[in-house]
Design a binder for this molecule. Sequence first.
Ligand code: ATP
Length: 455
Amino acid sequence: MAELMDKIVSLSKRRGFVFPGSEIYGGFASTYDFGPLGFLLKKNIEKAWRYWNVESRTDVVEIEGAIFLHPKVWEASGHVGGFADVLVEDMVTHKRYRADHLIEEAGILENAGALKPKEIDEIIGNHHLKSPEGNQLSSAKLFNLLVKTHLGPVESDATVAYLKGESCQNIYVDYKSVQETTRRKLPFGIAQIGKAFRNEITVKNFLFRTREFEQMDMQYFVRPEDADNYYDEWKKNRDAFYTECMSFKKENIKWRQHAPDERAFYAKDAWDVQYKFGELGFQEIEGVHNRGTYDLDQHAKFSGQDLSYFDEETKKRFNPAVVECSGGFNRLFLATLFEFYKEEKERTVLAFPPRLAPYKAAVFPLLANKPQLVDKAREVYDALRKNFMIAWDDRGNIGKRYYSQDEIGTPYCITVDFDSLEKDNVTVRDRDTTTQERVAIKDLDSFLREKISMS
Ligand code: ATP
């Protein structure tokens, strides 16, 4: 039997959620495009995230920053010097591998991410670790993950620029402008959904690890002495985001604390939120970090600008500390597919809550060759389309149409039949229970509205 991941990849492609990038050219190293349904699901996930993190609160604002940032930003953040994975090379095929992944996959250590090249060499030697092809491995070397490019007509050291290695840097760089223009007092947060690029060595597991992805950040600025309390608060908030806002089952979410040698030297504490991706097991989807004042200290130092905050209450001036919640959109999207994918006797269902579903309903004429039914169904379709994303289907028989909508997660199927012509009502079939009820056409709008808001 195919593994869950294979089924999700195949459904995503077949139904237009996610296509392999540049496919007519044979694809391009784990790049993906969101198709029409994937795009709609993406927007709905973003909407849920935005409601939870920004709109429902009074202390968080959202920005959208540029992909190119001044190269010094990446020196200040430590990415130019230290944003590196440790690699080993197969001495025969010259393929490179992430050393920590090889060590973890061989079952030698559970978390090998913090190992230094020297320690890795020792482990490889002691355990006679070979490459996946069974060949000898080279000694370990650091490999920087920033994606480098040149801006402007000349390629020289002076024109080097990097694509954002992590999206949140705009937030630190814009912190002062946001604080001043919004007249915020601590504590307050800045949220952003933005692209990030990493020259990952091993790209794998569909959307899970790619070189281009999106991050969903919420960076919360606090008085340094308040950071621990807010850190605890945000950890609870993130748990609730996944279980309440995303409606993920509690048992599919787990928290993992970083060991002291795994986290950045300045971080006081760091936890990952993990999601259970079927056969891949629990994997990180978000990092929640208690970062201290490092980010603003560094940018103040490298830019020469004063980024300090004057506290009216204490009459003290200081750089605020940061509590960071940095989630990966692509992993959240993938987790959403895993969470709501169901196989039943005769059908496959994406049982999304209506508010996340790409289409809120589908409208069918019972028979496609009866113009009165088609016209009436069109009327219903056109009226609902004003307020919701609605699908139309007049192919095949009703049963097939239901299954086709179940597979893309449409919560309600509305059928216009002969009774509809006389009574101005329709059959509404529920995706999850497969039961049907008659609803007056004039009530359909409020029916859908209520179901979406309750979900
Ligand atoms: P990993 O250990 O899996 O490489 P990370 O700890 O480097 O991830 P962070 O730098 O904390 O990740 O980034 C925050 C979030 O961004 C991660 O929790 C993840 O959801 C997402 N992310 C990071 N790298 C990738 C990637 N290559 N592809 C897709 N999403 C990613």
